[in-house]
Write a new protein. Sequence first.
Lengths: 552, 173, 113
Amino acid sequence: MYVYDAFDRTLVAERVAEFRDQVARRLSGELTEEEFKPLRLMNGVYLQLHAYMLRIAIPYGTLSSQQLRMLAHIARRYDRGYGHFTTRTNIQYHWIKLEELPAAMADLASVGMHGMQTSGNNVRNITTDQWAGVAPDEIEDPRVWAEVIRQHVTLHPEFSFMPRKFKICVGTSSHDRAALRIHDLALRMHRNDAGELGFEVMVGGGLGRTPYLAKTIKPFLHKRDLLSYVEAVLRTYNQFGRRDNIWKARIKILVHDLGPEAFAKEVEAEWTGIKDGPLALDQAVVDEIAARFIYPDYPQLDDNPPELAEKRRGDRRFAAWLDNSVTNHKLPGYAIVTLSLKPEGGTPGDCTAEQMDAIADLADRYSCGEIRVGHEQNMVLPHVAQRDLPTVWRVLDEIGVAQGNVGLVSDIISCPGLDYCSLANARSIPIAQEITRRFHNIDLQRDLGRLHINISGCINACGHHHVGHIGILGVEKNGEEFYQITLGGKADEGAKLGTLIGPAVPYAQVADVVEDIAAAYLELRERPDELFIDTVNRLGVEPFKERVYATR
Amino acid sequence: MRLVENGRIVEDRYVRLDDDAPIPDRVPIIVSAKRFLAEAATLVRRDGSVGVLWPNDKRVAELEPWLGHLALIALVFPKFKDGRAYSQARLLRETHGYRGMLRATGDILRDQFHFLVRAGFDSFEVKKDADARVFAEVLARYSIYYQDGADGRAPALRRRLSANPVPKARETV
Amino acid sequence: MTSPLDQKIRISGPVVVTANRVGDGAVVYRSAGARWSTDLADAAVTSDAAAARDLLKGAIEDDLSAVGAYIAPVKRSEAGRLQPGNLRELIRWRGPTIALPVTPVEQSFVLQG
């Protein structure tokens, strides 16, 4: 849990004051909308279909209970009682008034939260794994490096007006839970042959109209060189990224057009000049930031305490939830608990103010006051003692976030779509809702096993549909909503883009199509424990395509 | 448009010269990049300051041979969203060690002042009079930055280190 | 991004000009007398491209009251009431087609697929 100090708080406070002034100048007419728009975007304020939308950064998906309570307060006081967690581990409020924004931002600043650089052509929220700091398979806590970079790129004088947005992701575990390769810049920590720790640097990932997976441009970068290399990448992008066409302005296009080798050379040339300058990371600077990540003082506990074993034996529902939503902690006696924000018939990623308050209370008592948010739009309590799991489960069940459907077919990742978003061509949320109704039966869900559905309401792909096991993309045809279906995408270390299976299907048929695909999988799998994605990889999309389009 | 330097609105001593205009005696001039590159040898020998207006899609490394002779380099923000000149400014200052005057021209609003100063600009053609008048006031609002900036202010990382002794990095559990 | 005024205005039926109110982002419609109303019934309607263009121009210039003005299709009900002319405008008019997690007074509008 990173502890803000006086410097961090002052920086945020000064920017809140600046934005307050900009809002006042807008409301008085001193600033036109054309002048105000880039300024409000730099603070995460969008104009959507019904109202302004405020996007608040949750750096590397980590929240204190105090911050979560403030998010609940914002929802209640300035919005309609709920917030939406996004695929970039930020939170969005969809009913914000511009006039009230300065007050809302002052409230958020009081707990160190803000919307800086959650939109605009700058470096966005730096993401990582929602199990950072507690996952058994990580080398070290990626959030320290995310914070080092975050500070450097916040209100950076050179990189605040780039050709387009820039998304960075840091990973330090063998299993990629953060979808590294769909980012503009991904940093994967690993050991080289000499046993030193450093980063594989990958550039040019991104979904949208032209999806690409990031390419490795530097197999091994020493920790000391992290900032100077990131600087060189950003500087190369800022100078040479296209600015003539919004659809060609991301770094993925530049990397593709130059070729990864030529791009890497350009970066290397720039980097060579600056690597030994002020951006070379002192150990002292890194230690200082690392020291302000406060870790709990974990009492030493045993694995599988009697309270847990007994409850597991005696309560089937608890046992099922345990198997689905609870994973191993790096420490014996502890557990990582995933909270599902995907109730049947609900909006993926939405959370009410009441739920936020209840989760914050639970975090205080059972998770050392800390909560995480993941790109899959679920939440995590990262520090739960195994002996507390029965109690925690009971409360989560009451709150409505213990569906036991994590990673299953009803754990859908979806953008807000045409119900909210002015960029959308089609609705996404009702599609998700109907799918969850069709797969209401939890036993069927378990039988299907791990199955990631991603839904985007337009080509901007905020639902990451390209990397869904089943990807659904909303398009408009003659004023009607249609949906393209892809299969076989993956977001993890085996990252792959999905394959289109055929012509787009109308709104009313999407849930039927998903049922057909699920039924086909059940027939085609080699054994019950062959995962859906593995069946698709083994057989290709043809058999699924045949099934879906046989009668359409 | 108002020129701001040293926190105040000032008169522009420089004259912008068309490509085919005769070069006046002693008057400080700004010429286009095209003209400068074609006539550099003559221009840098003249009696009087020479400045160049450099487009934002040309590498500043091309100016390297003449940096010691250029009293002013004017960089361009065609729209303030187009931030290429920030990189050009930092390269000139930090990579090439340029010490002359660096002027920001084009679509300059008050909301860019602190970015511009920290990127190394010290002369500003400000689009709106009202913005020009509050230049110093606007800059005074910001006391903390995370990065090193050309304005010489120590970034937060280093200020912290001098303010507090570094606690021992905790062992992650 | 091209301004709506630069784009060729082609209309094939009745249209209105709509935008979002600056202060709170609420959906508004350009009414006669160069004003804005949250009520679609007040909107100035035209089926003529030149008139639509003029309406849009005035709306865009009124940057202080509303932003993002554009031309949107409408239709008339049997009773002659103005209604939104496509799904996007319907959603802007009535709100999301899904129940909000916390539904206050307004009805959630559920659209049949």
